[in-house]
Design a protein around this ligand. Structure first.
Ligand code: 13P
Length: 316
C-alpha cells in the first residue's frame, strides 16, 4: 500500500524513525520488501536521479509496482532523493511519488528558499509533500561533491525562517554526517546538541538525517577480506545514536552506503568462494536474503520494527 510520506511522519514523530533506502534494481527491491515484512516495519523507498538514469524511470516504477503486488502487506512511501527542480516536477506530474526532495542546499539561502517554495507549490497542488535541505553535508551524493572543509552544520535560526518562508514539509539537516563510507575522523560524531537546538525552534516538525549509514567495521573487513580495497578509516553513524535523534525530531533516516556494502560483500565473497561460477542468480539470491536481514536490523535500531499493523490500521 503506497501512502503519503506526511502521514508516515505524523505517526512516527517522537516515537520512531522510518528507514529510507535507495533502490536501483530488482534484487534491492525484493530484499527491501521482504525485509519490511519480516520486520513488520513501514519503509520509505528512495529513488535518486542516478537510479532513474541507471534503470530508467519506467523500469524503476515497474519494479516497485511489481514488488507491491508480491508483498501486498507492505506499507510504504516512494520518495525522490536529492532532486533538482526539473526532476521534482517530473516526479510530481508522474502521479507515482509520495514526496520529493528538492536539494538546493548548495545555493545561497534566498535562492534555496525561492527554489523550494516553487517546488512546494507544485507538489502541494498534487498532494505530495516536500523535503528540503539546509546546511551542507560532506561527501559525494550523485553529481555533488562537498569536501569536509566546506561542509556546514544547519543554523537553527535559519532553519526556523527557512521552513516558514519555503513552506517545506520536512527538513534535512546537517548535523555532522556526510554521504558515503568515510564520515568521521577521530573523535568526531553526530552533533546532537545542534539537533536539539533545531528541534527547539521547530517543535513537532519532521527532521531528516541524511548520510546515516553506520558503515559497520565487520562489513568493511569482510569486503576487504574478499578483495575489496576500502580504507580502514571508513566509519559511520553509531546505531545507538538513533534513539536520541528520534526524540529530537528525526523521523526519516537515509541509508544507502550500508546497503551497498551488503551488495559488495555478498558478490565479492561469491566470486572468491566460487571462481568457476557463472550463474549470477546464486549471489543474487544470497543478496536478497542478506538485504532483507539488513532491513530487519535497521528497522529494529530505528524503532519502526513491529509498527506495520498500527500504521496500516491508521492509514487504511
Ligand atoms: P549514506 O551514504 O550514509 O548511506 O547516506 C545516504 C543518503 O543520505 C541518501 O540521501
Amino acid at each position: 500500500m503506497i501512502v503519503t510520506t506526511a502521514d508516515l511522519f505524523e505517526l512516527a514523530y517522537g516515537k520512531y524513525a522510518i528507514g529510507a533506502y535507495n533502490i536501483n534494481n530488482m534484487e534491492q527491491a525484493l530484499g527491501l520488501f521482504q525485509g519490511s515484512i519480516d520486520a513488520q516495519a513501514p519503509i520509505i523507498i528512495q529513488v535518486s536521479r542516478g537510479a532513474r538514469q541507471y534503470a530508467g524511470v519506467k523500469m524503476i516504477e515497474a519494479i516497485i509496482r511489481a514488488a507491491e503486488q508480491i508483498y501486498p502487506e507492505a506499507v510504504f512511501a516512494v520518495h525522490l532523493d536529492h532532486g533538482d527542480e526539473a526532476t521534482c516536477y517530473d516526479c510530481i506530474d508522474s502521479g507515482f511519488y509520495s514526496s520529493v526532495m528538492i536539494d538546493a542546499s548548495h545555493s545561497p539561502f534566498p535562492e534555496n528558499v525561492a527554489t523550494t517554495r516553487r517546488v512546494v507549490e507544485r507538489a502541494h497542488a498534487k498532494g505530495l509533500s516536500v523535503e528540503a535541505e539546509l546546511g551542507m553535508l560532506g561527501g559525494v551524493e550523485e553529481d555533488i561533491k562537498v569536501d569536509e572543509k566546506h561542509a556546514m552544520l544547519t543554523d537553527p535560526d535559519e532553519a526556523e525562517s527557512f521552513v516558514e518562508q519555503s513552506g517545506c514539509d520536512s527538513l534535512a539537516v546537517a548535523i555532522g554526517t556526510s554521504h558515503g563510507a568515510y564520515k568521521f575522523r577521530g573523535k568526531q560524531g553526530l552533533h546532537l546538541n545542534r539537533l536539539a537546538e533545531i528541534q527547539a525552534r521547530l517543535p513537532g516538525f519532521p527532521l531528516v538525517m541524511h548520510g546515516a549509514s553506520s558503515v559497520p567495521q565487520a562489513e568493511v573487513a569482510r569486503v576487504n577480506a574478499a578483495g575489496g580495497k576500502l580504507d580502514a578509516s571508513a566509519s559511520g553513524v553509531p546505531e545507538e545514536d538513533f534513539a536520541e535523534a528520534v526524540k529530537l525530531g528525526v523521523t526519516k533516516v537515509n541509508i544507502d552506503t550500508d546497503g551497498r556494502l551488503v551488495w559488495y560483500r555478498v558478490h565479492r565473497e561469491s566470486m572468491q568462494d566460487e571462481p568457476g561460477l557463472i550463474d549470477f542468480r546464486k549471489p543474487g539470491k544470497t543478496f536478497v536474503q542478506a538485504y532483507a536481514d539488513f532491513i530487519v536490523h535497521k528497522s529494529e535500531v530505528l524503532g519502526c520494527a513491529g509498527k506495520l499493523a498500527e500504521v496500516r490500521a491508521a492509514l487504511s
